[in-house]
Write a protein that binds this ligand. Sequence first.
Ligand SMILES: Cc1cc2nc3c(=O)[nH]c(=O)nc-3n(C[C@H](O)[C@H](O)[C@H](O)COP(=O)(O)OP(=O)(O)OC[C@H]3O[C@@H](n4cnc5c(N)ncnc54)[C@H](O)[C@@H]3O)c2cc1C
Length: 266
Amino acid sequence: MITYPFTYKRAKSVAEAETLLKATSESKLLAGGQTLIAAMKMRLANPPELIDISGIKELNYIRVGGGQVAIGAATIHYDVATSAEVAKAIPALAHLAGVIGDPAVRHKGTIGGSVANNDPAADYPAAVLALGATIKTNKRAIKADDFFTGMFSTALEDGEIITEIAFPIPEKAAYKKFANPASRYAMAGVFVAKFKDGIRVAATGAAPCVFRVPEMEAALAKNFTPDAVANIAVDASNMNSDLHGSAEYRANLVTVMAKRAVAEAA
Ligand SMILES: Cc1cc2nc3c(=O)[nH]c(=O)nc-3n(C[C@H](O)[C@H](O)[C@H](O)COP(=O)(O)OP(=O)(O)OC[C@H]3O[C@@H](n4cnc5c(N)ncnc54)[C@H](O)[C@@H]3O)c2cc1C
């Protein structure tokens, strides 16, 4: 049997994680392990060293104030889903965290791991983009519009550790997803956010990477009702197509989920 040995280290602080990352090339941060451990089991990843950041206290918090909800990168989905403060400030965000995967995934998976991974079918990227969140790292702050660069790809550089995601609090917001019945990942999920100065709409699950829908944003700015988006279709030629659903099916789901999200938010 072929074995793939690796060392495991548990960091106690962001500074320690940073030092450990620098020390071994191709070492990987481990948060909830819900993606990374599965990838290693399937031999899709073979890092020589894992640096576990899940126990770092300074990465585990939810703070509401100053017009934003700030969540530490190692905060698990369950804590966001059940936070009374998040439910009060941005109920759509608590709802989104509560429909990720299943209870086991929600008790291990973290917001930082989800955003860093940028799975095309992940839920958090839709909230990050639609709410115009800021992704804070050990080196800088990155605007959501600059962060998601493609399928499983982000603006993160080598050695960069997400420390916090800061979400501006909107006037209204809602997230609706059509989940794959087996994995619970989004076949299509749409997050709609209404701010004093405009509307932002982001779709996940349907295309190789989360994306904004400017036509819907413009229509909703004039008329914030489900009817305003009912006849707006995204281009099927940019959507994913696989055994779970065709590109045309996913494009249609984006419109349907957008209508439902606006109905809920309104
Ligand atoms: C059965 C199943 C169902 C799921 N269903 C859904 C779903 O419905 N919706 C959904 O959105 N997700 C779903 N997920 C994914 C899950 O929610 C996790 O969020 C996701 O796997 C990554 O988070 P993690 O904390 O487990 O990260 P890990 O697996 O530990 O890490 C993932 C990647 O992110 C990097 N990383 C982790 N933390 C940081 C950080 N702070 N800074 C920089 N890089 C970092 C790691 O090095 C690694 O490359 C599902 C997973 C499983 C196994």
